[in-house]
Design a protein around this ligand. Structure first.
Ligand SMILES: Cc1ncc(COP(=O)(O)O)c(C=O)c1O
Length: 365
């Protein structure tokens, strides 16, 4: 790799034999292995994209006032967050995966720096640290870091892969620990609209950050909330000095959101109705899959939020993946997300009602 960056292999390749086995089911595969939305992009968003399709000039990296105001309006309307200024505290991202992967680099981190992420986590936090030449460390308890002083701490609530929702007090402790130790906090809040058993808190809430967003940013994605994964739409909000630094580098690097997508994102953020409908769909799928898994002898842990059920049969995760593949159901092995996931599987709620019903039927047989 250039610059000596060492990246892990792509773990999904190891799932291929199980996918083939599941696909051989006479009534087809039920793919619950990835969290990719399957329901339609709402008409209000598609119309906004189409209306903005004449875009001969370059978009700005900062984003239009309309998209930044829509982001601030959404934070206020849905979550009661009023600490973000549309001029200085928001920046569009081309989906959040790119921002997760490049955040340490964009913030100027390098080989001397440590980036902390949760023990069980979306793999891109680790990749982002490596791309910057920094050292990723997977720990849930910051105390376990000992004398190491991280430059950046990731939190993710509701979490991928296990759906855990961190209480506001927990997040507040992370923020104050980070401030005391000179670290920045990046909260990946892409599932903030999906709390099932608790209302998720944001690091942008005053009860978490003590009334100032200093040292703190939150990443928000439209992919799941608005069935917009194919558009690549997200944004970052928080500490104006961090946002300014990201803006400066992103301007030079050409990391700008296409103008029609900016218009679509503004329309999506201004509309709550489609989100409430989507939530309802996921809630029903979750209830059906949860009951079916429990009925088939699984234990479900965490899973208070996000779009996943974290399930175990108290055996190695690959045995469970194989058992489900025999029934034509494909899930992700927990060890993709860290060694602590070795006896769990991640079951995504992102399949059609018809496929979810088919999975439940097979689990009951
Ligand atoms: C925890 C987490 N963060 C970030 C992302 C990236 O989402 P996107 O790039 O679609 O905004 C995902 C996608 O599944 C995710 O699970």
């Amino acid at each position: 790799m250039p610059g000596g960056v060492s990246l892990p292999g792509f773990p999904w390749d190891s799932l291929v034999p199980y996918r083939e086995r599941a696909q051989a089911h006479p009534h087809g595969v039920v793919d619950l292995s990835v969290g990719t939305p399957v329901d339609e992009t709402p008409a209000v968003v598609r119309d906004a994209l189409a209306a903005a399709s004449n875009a001969p000039g370059y978009p700005t990296t900062l984003g239009t006032p309309a998209v930044r105001e829509a982001a601030v309006g959404w934070l206020k309307r849905r979550f009661g967050i009023d600490s973000i200024d549309a001029e200085t505290g928001v920046l569009p991202a081309i989906g959040t995966k790119e921002l997760v992967a490049w955040l340490p680099t964009l913030l100027g981190l390098g080989p001397a720096d440590v980036v902390v992420h949760p023990e069980l986590a979306y793999p891109t936090y680790d990749i982002g640290a490596r791309l910057a030449g920094a050292s990723p460390v997977a720990v849930d308890s910051l105390v376990a870091l000992g004398p190491q002083r991280p430059a950046l701490v990731w939190v993710n609530s509701p979490a991928n892969p296990h759906g855990r929702i961190l209480p506001a007090e927990h997040l507040a402790k992370v923020v104050s620990w980070a401030r005391e130790h000179g670290a920045l906090v990046a909260a990946d809040e892409c599932y903030l609209e999906f709390g099932w058993e608790a209302a998720p808190s944001s690091v942008l809430h005053a009860e978490v950050n003590g009334g100032t967003v200093e040292n703190v940013i939150a990443l928000h994605s439209l992919s799941k909330r608005s069935n917009l994964a194919g558009y690549r739409a997200g944004f970052v909000a928080g500490d104006p000095s961090m946002v300014r630094q990201l803006l400066e580098v992103r301007k030079h690097a050409g990391m700008m959101m296409p103008a029609p997508v900016q218009a679509a994102m503004a329309a999506a953020l201004d509309d709550d109705e489609h989100v409430d409908q989507q939530r309802q769909r996921y809630r029903q799928r979750r209830d059906i899959l949860r009951d079916a898994l429990v009925g088939a002898g699984f234990r479900i842990e965490h899973s208070e939020g996000a779009l996943y059920l974290w399930a175990t049969r108290d055996e190695g995760c690959w045995d469970t993946v194989g058992w489900l593949a025999e029934r034509g159901i494909l899930v992700a092995p927990g060890e993709f997300y860290g060694p602590a996931g070795r006896s769990h599987v991640r079951v995504a709620l992102t399949a059609t009602d018809e496929r979810v019903a088919a999975a439940a039927e097979r689990l009951a047989a």
